[in-house]
Design a protein around this ligand. Structure first.
Ligand code: FE
Ligand code: FE
Ligand code: ZN
Length: 287
């Protein structure tokens, strides 16, 4: 089954119901959203009645909660513990974000591993694991998806070995997984025309069963550029065909695919891109 959707916005008034409605309008059957601004920790209370209505709407339209995702704000940086007070703030904020996910019934949370800044890289990877060990509780119904990063600046988690180090050091191994991002993998230095080589290495070191989500983005930059600038599908260096091959890959069938491509002017590209993906046919909707 193809699980395809996009990032959609979560607003104070419409909350999860607005997320579901926007996704249905795009003909998506999965979605991802931030519970507020992706750049700040300001959050509003979750309305239980709206959440109930949203769940009903999801049931009626065969949107599976288990495949939908929340994205934690970028500012959480578990990699850098040079400021003890800040590091603790990020852990505490992550705990609150986990509670919000559980309250919303969307129990999958994508998290950027963060940037090591001045901390030695090996230590920063342990910091990420330690932060997760403190934030997670044993009997909690939550899955954390650590995102594969492009390696921009001092970002960690931009290769398979670094992600493996994080996973090896988490206590609750049944709660921590990986989210791939095609733009990030390209920018991190993996040639996606040889995606099977990437999967073979990933399977050998981590295991394909750990991949729980794939962000589908084209890239404005070449392989290994460490830039992280997303392009609309078919308008970047990865290209439409390579992305379609990843989306329909035999080994990745049940994994939700989420578009995070840029708006075209004011306009959301997701409805058209989802249609293109379903039809496996590129449609030049920009130029
Ligand atoms: Fe992300
Ligand atoms: Fe992403
Ligand atoms: Zn990105």
């Amino acid at each position: 089954m193809l699980y395809i959707g996009s990032h959609v916005s979560f607003n104070k008034d419409t909350q999860l119901k607005g997320v579901v409605e926007a996704s249905l309008n795009n003909n998506a059957n999965v979605f991802m959203f931030y519970t507020g601004s992706n750049q700040s920790t300001v959050r509003f209370p979750i309305n239980e009645e709206i959440t109930r209505q949203a769940h009903k709407l999801m049931l009626q339209n065969n949107i599976e909660k288990e495949k939908c995702i929340v994205h934690a704000p970028f500012i959480i940086n578990l990699a850098n513990n040079s400021d003890e007070r800040k590091y603790q703030f990020y852990i505490d904020f992550l705990k609150q974000e986990i509670d919000r996910c559980i309250k919303l019934g969307i129990n999958n949370l994508v998290l950027h591993p963060g940037s090591h800044v001045s901390v030695p890289k090996e230590q920063s990877l342990l910091n990420v694991a330690n932060g997760l060990n403190e934030a997670l509780k044993e009997n909690q119904d939550i899955n954390i998806y650590i995102e594969f990063m492009s390696g921009k600046g001092t970002e960690v988690g931009s290769n398979i070995d670094e992600l493996k180090t994080i996973l090896d050091n988490v206590i609750y191994k049944d709660k921590v997984f990986i989210c791939l991002d095609t733009c990030h993998i390209n920018d991190a230095g993996y040639d996606l025309t040889k995606f099977d080589d990437f999967l073979i290495e990933f399977d050998k070191k981590i295991g394909l069963d750990k991949i729980k989500c794939i962000h589908i983005n084209d890239s404005k930059n070449i392989v290994g550029s460490h830039k992280d600038r997303h392009a609309n599908i078919g308008y970047g260096t990865i290209g439409f065909e390579v992305l379609v091959n990843i989306i329909y890959h035999e080994r990745l069938k049940e994994i939700p695919k989420i578009l995070e491509t840029p708006f075209v002017g004011e306009k959301s590209p997701y409805k058209i891109e989802i249609q293109m993906i379903k039809e496996k046919k590129f449609n030049d909707f920009i130029s």
